[in-house]
Design a protein around this ligand. Structure first.
Ligand SMILES: O=P(O)(O)OC[C@H]1O[C@H](OP(=O)(O)OP(=O)(O)O)[C@H](O)[C@@H]1O
Length: 199
């Protein structure tokens, strides 16, 4: 993969972590609780939690692309998915599910979007990994893993062909253009410009 080098860190079994996370959530469930997974990784984890906790039919999925505060900088996610909430969230306890909690900006965007649909009685946050380095005062209520990663490392949850969730760590090489601008930043800028042209 261009510009990325795989690290040799030992990573935990994400499937086993889903079982651990379900165990943390189970005592807090009520008959009204709705799981809400954030696309993409959070949706995979929410689906797995719904299977383990037998909550099929009580899972919503959220695409927060248009609610990001850095939407202009990052451009649009290559795969925008629809938001779907199968039940009215007004007055309902929600458990927001994501794979990774990092700066907290995704969580902030998700909460903003949810409040456009109604006023939940509570929102708790469940993540498989909390890697710290928050930029917004957000914290996880349920989390089985707090890895220490370098700021240039990205923790990525993947779904293998056989349907298993696996962790991967990618280390961003410090690619720079002749002008000294990060190539990654230039790619993001190009995506944002393309969006403006086509919108
Ligand atoms: O706390 P934050 O700094 O916002 O980072 C956490 C988010 O970053 C990743 O999502 P990404 O935007 O890469 O999308 P993906 O789930 O489709 O990979 C991850 O899945 C979390 O949703």
């Amino acid at each position: 993969m261009e510009g990325l080098a795989m690290t040799k860190l030992q990573l935990p079994d994400a499937e086993r972590q889903c079982v651990q996370l379900a165990g943390l959530i189970r005592p807090q469930l009520t008959p009204e609780t709705l799981l809400v997974g954030i696309h993409t990784g959070g949706a995979w984890v929410a689906r797995r939690l719904a299977e383990i906790l037998k909550l099929e039919g009580r899972i919503g999925l959220l695409d927060i692309s248009f609610y990001r505060d850095d939407f202009g900088k990052r451009g649009l996610h290559p795969q925008v998915k629809p938001t779907s909430l199968p039940l009215d969230i007004d007055g309902r306890p929600l458990i927001l599910v994501d794979d990774v909690l990092f700066t907290g900006r995704t969580t902030r965007a998700a909460i903003n979007e949810l409040f456009d649909y109604g006023r939940p009685s509570s929102i708790r946050l469940a993540v498989l990994a909390d890697r710290g380095a928050r930029e917004i005062p957000v914290q996880a209520d349920f989390c089985p893993w707090t890895p220490s990663l370098d700021e240039h490392q990205e923790l990525v949850l993947t779904l293998s062909k056989d349907g298993r969730l696996c962790w991967r760590v990618e280390t961003e090489a410090l690619e720079t253009s002749p002008s000294g601008v990060s190539i990654d930043a230039m790619r993001r800028q190009a995506r944002a410009c393309a969006l403006e042209v086509f919108s």
